[in-house]
Ligand binder design. Structure first.
Ligand SMILES: Nc1ncnc2c1ncn2[C@@H]1O[C@H](COP(=O)(O)OP(=O)(O)O)[C@@H](O)[C@H]1O
Ligand SMILES: [Mg+2]
Length: 350
Protein backbone atom coordinates (compact mmCIF):
# COMPACT_ATOMS: atom_id res chain seq x y z
CA UNK A 1 0.00 0.00 0.00
CA UNK A 2 1.03 3.53 -0.75
CA UNK A 3 1.70 5.31 2.53
CA UNK A 4 1.39 8.88 1.28
CA UNK A 5 -1.34 10.73 3.07
CA UNK A 6 -4.14 11.55 0.67
CA UNK A 7 -6.12 13.34 3.33
CA UNK A 8 -4.81 15.11 6.42
CA UNK A 9 -7.41 16.11 8.97
CA UNK A 10 -6.08 18.38 11.73
CA UNK A 11 -7.89 19.51 14.85
CA UNK A 12 -11.34 19.55 13.31
CA UNK A 13 -14.13 20.71 15.61
CA UNK A 14 -17.85 20.99 15.03
CA UNK A 15 -20.56 21.72 17.59
CA UNK A 16 -24.32 21.89 17.31
CA UNK A 17 -25.44 24.04 20.24
CA UNK A 18 -24.28 22.17 23.33
CA UNK A 19 -23.47 19.02 21.44
CA UNK A 20 -19.82 18.63 20.50
CA UNK A 21 -20.09 16.36 17.46
CA UNK A 22 -16.38 16.57 16.57
CA UNK A 23 -13.94 17.39 19.34
CA UNK A 24 -10.53 18.08 17.87
CA UNK A 25 -10.33 15.22 15.39
CA UNK A 26 -6.97 14.63 13.73
CA UNK A 27 -6.18 11.77 11.40
CA UNK A 28 -4.48 10.88 8.14
CA UNK A 29 -5.94 8.71 5.44
CA UNK A 30 -3.49 7.14 3.02
CA UNK A 31 -3.76 6.87 -0.73
CA UNK A 32 -5.52 3.62 -1.71
CA UNK A 33 -6.41 2.75 1.82
CA UNK A 34 -9.56 1.06 3.09
CA UNK A 35 -10.18 3.14 6.19
CA UNK A 36 -13.00 2.64 8.70
CA UNK A 37 -14.53 5.06 11.19
CA UNK A 38 -15.93 2.93 13.99
CA UNK A 39 -17.94 4.02 16.99
CA UNK A 40 -21.33 3.95 18.68
CA UNK A 41 -24.27 5.90 17.34
CA UNK A 42 -23.93 9.64 17.92
CA UNK A 43 -20.11 9.71 18.20
CA UNK A 44 -19.67 12.01 15.20
CA UNK A 45 -18.96 9.66 12.29
CA UNK A 46 -21.53 11.07 9.87
CA UNK A 47 -20.59 14.62 10.79
CA UNK A 48 -16.97 13.91 9.88
CA UNK A 49 -17.98 12.45 6.50
CA UNK A 50 -20.21 15.47 5.85
CA UNK A 51 -17.30 17.79 6.59
CA UNK A 52 -15.16 15.90 4.06
CA UNK A 53 -17.91 15.93 1.44
CA UNK A 54 -18.54 19.65 2.02
CA UNK A 55 -22.10 19.47 3.39
CA UNK A 56 -20.92 20.69 6.76
CA UNK A 57 -18.28 23.26 7.63
CA UNK A 58 -16.14 22.75 10.73
CA UNK A 59 -15.98 25.46 13.40
CA UNK A 60 -12.20 25.18 13.28
CA UNK A 61 -9.46 22.91 12.00
CA UNK A 62 -8.02 22.10 8.59
CA UNK A 63 -8.40 19.35 6.02
CA UNK A 64 -5.79 18.96 3.28
CA UNK A 65 -6.16 16.74 0.23
CA UNK A 66 -2.73 16.19 -1.26
CA UNK A 67 -1.37 19.69 -0.72
CA UNK A 68 -4.62 21.56 -1.28
CA UNK A 69 -7.02 23.04 1.26
CA UNK A 70 -10.06 20.79 0.88
CA UNK A 71 -12.33 23.11 2.84
CA UNK A 72 -11.78 25.87 0.28
CA UNK A 73 -13.00 23.66 -2.59
CA UNK A 74 -16.76 23.83 -3.30
CA UNK A 75 -18.51 20.48 -2.56
CA UNK A 76 -19.28 19.70 -6.20
CA UNK A 77 -15.63 20.23 -7.19
CA UNK A 78 -14.16 18.00 -4.52
CA UNK A 79 -12.71 14.72 -5.86
CA UNK A 80 -14.89 12.99 -3.30
CA UNK A 81 -18.12 11.05 -3.47
CA UNK A 82 -20.39 10.35 -0.51
CA UNK A 83 -22.66 7.31 -0.60
CA UNK A 84 -25.49 8.03 1.78
CA UNK A 85 -26.84 5.84 4.56
CA UNK A 86 -30.02 5.42 2.51
CA UNK A 87 -28.71 5.11 -1.03
CA UNK A 88 -31.84 6.40 -2.77
CA UNK A 89 -31.88 5.20 -6.38
CA UNK A 90 -34.23 6.76 -8.94
CA UNK A 91 -37.11 4.24 -8.99
CA UNK A 92 -38.31 5.12 -12.51
CA UNK A 93 -34.87 4.72 -14.11
CA UNK A 94 -33.15 1.53 -15.20
CA UNK A 95 -29.97 0.40 -13.48
CA UNK A 96 -27.79 1.76 -16.29
CA UNK A 97 -29.61 5.11 -16.29
CA UNK A 98 -29.14 5.38 -12.55
CA UNK A 99 -25.43 4.77 -12.96
CA UNK A 100 -25.10 7.09 -15.98
CA UNK A 101 -26.97 9.97 -14.33
CA UNK A 102 -23.98 11.65 -12.67
CA UNK A 103 -21.86 11.49 -15.83
CA UNK A 104 -24.70 12.90 -17.95
CA UNK A 105 -25.03 15.83 -15.58
CA UNK A 106 -21.33 16.50 -15.97
CA UNK A 107 -21.83 16.64 -19.73
CA UNK A 108 -19.64 13.63 -20.39
CA UNK A 109 -19.72 12.45 -24.08
CA UNK A 110 -22.31 9.73 -24.83
CA UNK A 111 -19.83 7.10 -26.03
CA UNK A 112 -17.70 7.56 -22.98
CA UNK A 113 -20.74 7.27 -20.69
CA UNK A 114 -21.77 4.02 -22.37
CA UNK A 115 -18.31 2.51 -21.98
CA UNK A 116 -17.80 3.61 -18.40
CA UNK A 117 -21.24 2.45 -17.29
CA UNK A 118 -20.77 -0.95 -18.95
CA UNK A 119 -17.39 -1.33 -17.32
CA UNK A 120 -18.53 -0.40 -13.84
CA UNK A 121 -21.62 -2.65 -14.06
CA UNK A 122 -19.31 -5.49 -14.96
CA UNK A 123 -17.08 -4.64 -11.99
CA UNK A 124 -20.00 -4.90 -9.56
CA UNK A 125 -21.38 -8.00 -11.32
CA UNK A 126 -24.57 -6.46 -12.66
CA UNK A 127 -24.02 -6.49 -16.44
CA UNK A 128 -27.07 -8.70 -16.93
CA UNK A 129 -29.31 -6.41 -14.82
CA UNK A 130 -28.60 -3.17 -16.72
CA UNK A 131 -32.17 -2.78 -18.00
CA UNK A 132 -33.93 -3.57 -14.75
CA UNK A 133 -35.59 -1.08 -12.44
CA UNK A 134 -34.39 -0.86 -8.80
CA UNK A 135 -37.68 -2.45 -7.62
CA UNK A 136 -36.81 -5.59 -9.61
CA UNK A 137 -33.56 -6.10 -7.67
CA UNK A 138 -32.68 -7.63 -4.32
CA UNK A 139 -31.32 -5.49 -1.49
CA UNK A 140 -27.76 -6.61 -2.20
CA UNK A 141 -28.14 -5.80 -5.90
CA UNK A 142 -29.50 -2.32 -5.17
CA UNK A 143 -26.49 -1.80 -2.95
CA UNK A 144 -24.25 -2.69 -5.88
CA UNK A 145 -26.03 -0.19 -8.12
CA UNK A 146 -25.42 2.53 -5.55
CA UNK A 147 -21.76 1.55 -5.44
CA UNK A 148 -21.52 1.54 -9.23
CA UNK A 149 -23.06 5.01 -9.30
CA UNK A 150 -20.49 6.27 -6.79
CA UNK A 151 -17.50 4.62 -8.46
CA UNK A 152 -18.31 5.54 -12.08
CA UNK A 153 -17.36 9.15 -11.41
CA UNK A 154 -13.87 7.99 -10.41
CA UNK A 155 -13.50 10.01 -7.22
CA UNK A 156 -10.16 10.00 -5.40
CA UNK A 157 -12.02 9.27 -2.22
CA UNK A 158 -15.26 7.38 -1.71
CA UNK A 159 -17.09 7.95 1.57
CA UNK A 160 -19.59 5.28 2.58
CA UNK A 161 -21.92 5.93 5.50
CA UNK A 162 -23.12 2.66 7.06
CA UNK A 163 -23.25 1.14 3.56
CA UNK A 164 -24.42 -2.29 4.64
CA UNK A 165 -26.83 -1.46 7.45
CA UNK A 166 -29.95 -2.05 5.33
CA UNK A 167 -28.93 -5.59 4.38
CA UNK A 168 -29.67 -8.80 6.22
CA UNK A 169 -26.87 -10.75 7.88
CA UNK A 170 -25.96 -13.16 5.11
CA UNK A 171 -25.99 -10.59 2.30
CA UNK A 172 -24.03 -8.28 4.55
CA UNK A 173 -21.24 -10.80 4.95
CA UNK A 174 -21.09 -11.26 1.16
CA UNK A 175 -21.04 -7.51 0.58
CA UNK A 176 -18.21 -7.04 3.09
CA UNK A 177 -16.03 -9.28 0.94
CA UNK A 178 -17.35 -7.61 -2.19
CA UNK A 179 -16.56 -4.09 -0.96
CA UNK A 180 -13.02 -5.09 -0.10
CA UNK A 181 -12.51 -6.71 -3.52
CA UNK A 182 -13.99 -3.70 -5.25
CA UNK A 183 -11.82 -1.23 -3.39
CA UNK A 184 -8.77 -3.23 -4.40
CA UNK A 185 -9.88 -3.48 -8.00
CA UNK A 186 -10.82 0.15 -8.63
CA UNK A 187 -7.95 1.58 -6.60
CA UNK A 188 -10.05 4.28 -4.94
CA UNK A 189 -9.48 5.25 -1.31
CA UNK A 190 -12.50 4.16 0.76
CA UNK A 191 -13.64 5.61 4.07
CA UNK A 192 -16.40 3.46 5.51
CA UNK A 193 -18.44 4.45 8.54
CA UNK A 194 -19.85 1.70 10.71
CA UNK A 195 -20.95 1.04 14.29
CA UNK A 196 -20.33 -2.68 13.79
CA UNK A 197 -16.88 -3.70 15.00
CA UNK A 198 -16.83 -7.02 13.14
CA UNK A 199 -17.64 -5.22 9.92
CA UNK A 200 -14.82 -2.72 10.44
CA UNK A 201 -12.38 -5.47 11.43
CA UNK A 202 -13.21 -7.65 8.44
CA UNK A 203 -12.80 -4.94 5.81
CA UNK A 204 -10.47 -2.16 6.86
CA UNK A 205 -6.72 -1.72 6.57
CA UNK A 206 -6.91 0.71 9.47
CA UNK A 207 -9.65 1.75 11.84
CA UNK A 208 -10.23 4.96 13.79
CA UNK A 209 -12.32 4.21 16.88
CA UNK A 210 -14.39 7.21 17.88
CA UNK A 211 -16.25 8.06 21.07
CA UNK A 212 -18.02 11.32 21.93
CA UNK A 213 -16.57 13.23 19.01
CA UNK A 214 -13.01 12.13 19.75
CA UNK A 215 -10.66 9.66 18.13
CA UNK A 216 -9.74 7.09 20.76
CA UNK A 217 -7.26 5.06 18.72
CA UNK A 218 -6.15 4.58 15.11
CA UNK A 219 -4.67 1.19 14.30
CA UNK A 220 -4.89 -1.93 12.15
CA UNK A 221 -7.63 -4.39 13.15
CA UNK A 222 -5.10 -6.82 14.63
CA UNK A 223 -3.35 -4.12 16.65
CA UNK A 224 -6.63 -2.66 17.86
CA UNK A 225 -7.68 -6.05 19.14
CA UNK A 226 -4.37 -7.10 20.67
CA UNK A 227 -3.30 -3.70 21.97
CA UNK A 228 -6.27 -1.48 22.67
CA UNK A 229 -4.96 1.81 24.03
CA UNK A 230 -8.00 2.76 26.08
CA UNK A 231 -10.61 0.87 28.11
CA UNK A 232 -13.26 2.18 25.72
CA UNK A 233 -11.56 0.57 22.73
CA UNK A 234 -11.01 -2.69 24.60
CA UNK A 235 -14.67 -2.83 25.49
CA UNK A 236 -15.98 -1.75 22.10
CA UNK A 237 -13.75 -3.96 19.95
CA UNK A 238 -14.28 -7.65 20.67
CA UNK A 239 -15.29 -9.13 23.99
CA UNK A 240 -12.99 -9.00 26.97
CA UNK A 241 -12.65 -9.69 30.67
CA UNK A 242 -11.90 -6.55 32.67
CA UNK A 243 -10.35 -6.59 36.14
CA UNK A 244 -10.23 -3.32 38.04
CA UNK A 245 -7.56 -2.70 40.64
CA UNK A 246 -4.36 -0.91 41.51
CA UNK A 247 -1.41 -0.94 39.16
CA UNK A 248 1.57 -2.97 40.48
CA UNK A 249 4.71 -4.18 38.69
CA UNK A 250 3.68 -6.71 36.02
CA UNK A 251 -0.02 -6.54 36.61
CA UNK A 252 -2.81 -5.29 38.81
CA UNK A 253 -3.71 -5.94 42.39
CA UNK A 254 -7.44 -6.64 42.47
CA UNK A 255 -9.24 -6.30 45.82
CA UNK A 256 -10.49 -9.69 46.99
CA UNK A 257 -8.60 -11.55 44.25
CA UNK A 258 -4.95 -10.54 44.44
CA UNK A 259 -2.27 -10.12 41.79
CA UNK A 260 -3.26 -10.72 38.17
CA UNK A 261 -0.60 -10.67 35.46
CA UNK A 262 -0.39 -8.24 32.54
CA UNK A 263 2.59 -6.92 30.62
CA UNK A 264 1.21 -5.02 27.66
CA UNK A 265 0.93 -1.43 28.74
CA UNK A 266 -1.45 0.97 27.02
CA UNK A 267 -2.20 4.55 27.96
CA UNK A 268 -0.97 5.02 31.51
CA UNK A 269 -2.12 7.98 33.51
CA UNK A 270 -3.46 6.74 36.81
CA UNK A 271 -2.80 4.33 39.66
CA UNK A 272 -6.28 2.94 39.17
CA UNK A 273 -5.91 0.38 36.42
CA UNK A 274 -7.96 -2.04 34.43
CA UNK A 275 -6.52 -5.30 33.14
CA UNK A 276 -8.02 -6.59 29.90
CA UNK A 277 -7.82 -10.27 28.97
CA UNK A 278 -9.49 -11.69 25.85
CA UNK A 279 -11.64 -14.82 26.37
CA UNK A 280 -9.50 -16.86 23.97
CA UNK A 281 -6.36 -16.10 26.00
CA UNK A 282 -7.78 -17.51 29.25
CA UNK A 283 -6.77 -21.16 29.74
CA UNK A 284 -7.80 -23.97 32.07
CA UNK A 285 -4.75 -24.85 34.19
CA UNK A 286 -3.75 -27.04 37.10
CA UNK A 287 -4.04 -25.77 40.66
CA UNK A 288 -0.32 -24.97 40.89
CA UNK A 289 -0.50 -22.55 37.92
CA UNK A 290 -3.81 -21.04 38.95
CA UNK A 291 -4.37 -17.27 38.94
CA UNK A 292 -8.12 -17.39 39.41
CA UNK A 293 -10.44 -20.08 40.65
CA UNK A 294 -14.16 -20.33 40.28
CA UNK A 295 -17.25 -22.35 39.52
CA UNK A 296 -18.50 -22.96 36.01
CA UNK A 297 -21.85 -21.17 35.67
CA UNK A 298 -22.66 -22.07 32.12
CA UNK A 299 -21.23 -23.37 28.87
CA UNK A 300 -22.46 -22.40 25.42
CA UNK A 301 -21.67 -24.25 22.20
CA UNK A 302 -21.36 -22.18 19.00
CA UNK A 303 -20.48 -24.82 16.44
CA UNK A 304 -16.72 -24.49 16.08
CA UNK A 305 -16.10 -23.20 19.59
CA UNK A 306 -17.59 -22.98 23.05
CA UNK A 307 -17.82 -20.22 25.60
CA UNK A 308 -17.57 -20.92 29.31
CA UNK A 309 -18.70 -18.50 32.04
CA UNK A 310 -16.98 -18.86 35.39
CA UNK A 311 -18.14 -17.27 38.64
CA UNK A 312 -15.12 -15.96 40.53
CA UNK A 313 -15.52 -14.89 44.15
CA UNK A 314 -14.73 -11.18 44.51
CA UNK A 315 -15.43 -10.42 40.83
CA UNK A 316 -18.77 -8.99 39.80
CA UNK A 317 -19.24 -10.33 36.29
CA UNK A 318 -18.42 -13.90 35.27
CA UNK A 319 -15.00 -14.52 33.75
CA UNK A 320 -15.46 -15.74 30.19
CA UNK A 321 -13.17 -18.04 28.30
CA UNK A 322 -13.48 -19.77 24.95
CA UNK A 323 -12.22 -23.12 23.74
CA UNK A 324 -12.23 -25.01 20.46
CA UNK A 325 -15.08 -27.46 19.89
CA UNK A 326 -17.10 -28.53 22.90
CA UNK A 327 -16.17 -27.43 26.42
CA UNK A 328 -14.30 -29.99 28.52
CA UNK A 329 -15.90 -28.73 31.73
CA UNK A 330 -19.48 -28.92 32.96
CA UNK A 331 -21.67 -26.58 34.95
CA UNK A 332 -20.76 -26.58 38.63
CA UNK A 333 -17.17 -27.73 38.07
CA UNK A 334 -14.43 -26.11 40.13
CA UNK A 335 -11.84 -24.71 37.70
CA UNK A 336 -8.46 -22.97 37.72
CA UNK A 337 -7.73 -20.27 35.17
CA UNK A 338 -4.62 -18.43 33.99
CA UNK A 339 -3.20 -16.54 31.00
CA UNK A 340 0.22 -15.71 29.68
CA UNK A 341 1.34 -12.36 31.18
CA UNK A 342 1.85 -10.90 27.70
CA UNK A 343 -1.84 -11.48 26.98
CA UNK A 344 -2.90 -9.13 29.74
CA UNK A 345 -3.29 -5.51 28.61
CA UNK A 346 -2.94 -2.88 31.34
CA UNK A 347 -4.85 0.36 30.90
CA UNK A 348 -5.80 3.32 33.01
CA UNK A 349 -9.22 2.87 34.53
CA UNK A 350 -11.82 5.07 32.80
N1 LIG B 1 -27.49 19.12 12.03
C1 LIG B 1 -27.41 18.80 13.33
N2 LIG B 1 -28.03 19.55 14.28
C2 LIG B 1 -27.93 19.25 15.58
N3 LIG B 1 -27.24 18.20 16.07
C3 LIG B 1 -26.61 17.41 15.19
C4 LIG B 1 -26.66 17.65 13.78
N4 LIG B 1 -25.91 16.71 13.16
C5 LIG B 1 -25.44 15.90 14.13
N5 LIG B 1 -25.84 16.32 15.34
C6 LIG B 1 -25.48 15.71 16.64
O1 LIG B 1 -24.08 15.49 16.65
C7 LIG B 1 -23.76 14.23 17.24
C8 LIG B 1 -23.02 13.37 16.24
O2 LIG B 1 -23.90 12.98 15.21
P1 LIG B 1 -23.48 12.06 14.00
O3 LIG B 1 -22.25 12.62 13.38
O4 LIG B 1 -24.66 11.89 13.13
O5 LIG B 1 -23.13 10.69 14.73
P2 LIG B 1 -22.97 9.20 14.15
O6 LIG B 1 -22.97 9.27 12.67
O7 LIG B 1 -21.67 8.72 14.73
O8 LIG B 1 -24.13 8.42 14.68
C9 LIG B 1 -25.07 13.64 17.71
O9 LIG B 1 -25.28 13.97 19.04
C10 LIG B 1 -26.10 14.33 16.81
O10 LIG B 1 -27.35 14.38 17.44
MG1 LIG C 1 -24.30 8.31 11.29
Amino acid sequence: MNMNPLLTITDVRRSFGDVVALDSVSLEIHENEFFALLGPSGCGKTTLLRVLAGFEHPDSGTVMIDDRDLLAIPPNHRPINLMFQSYALFPHMSVEKNVAYGLEREGCPKDEIRDRVAQVLSTVGLSDKARRRPAQLSGGQRQRVALARAIVKRPRLLLLDEPLSALDRKVRAEMQLELKRLQHEVGITFVVVTHDQEEAMSMADRIAVMSNGRVEQIASPVELYARPSTAFVADFVGSSNAFHGRRVPEGVDVPGIGHLPGLVVGEQTSEAAVLIVRPEDVRLVSESESRLTGLVLDTQFYGGRSTVAVEVAGHLSPVIFTCQGTASVVRGAHVHLAWAPDKGVLLSAP
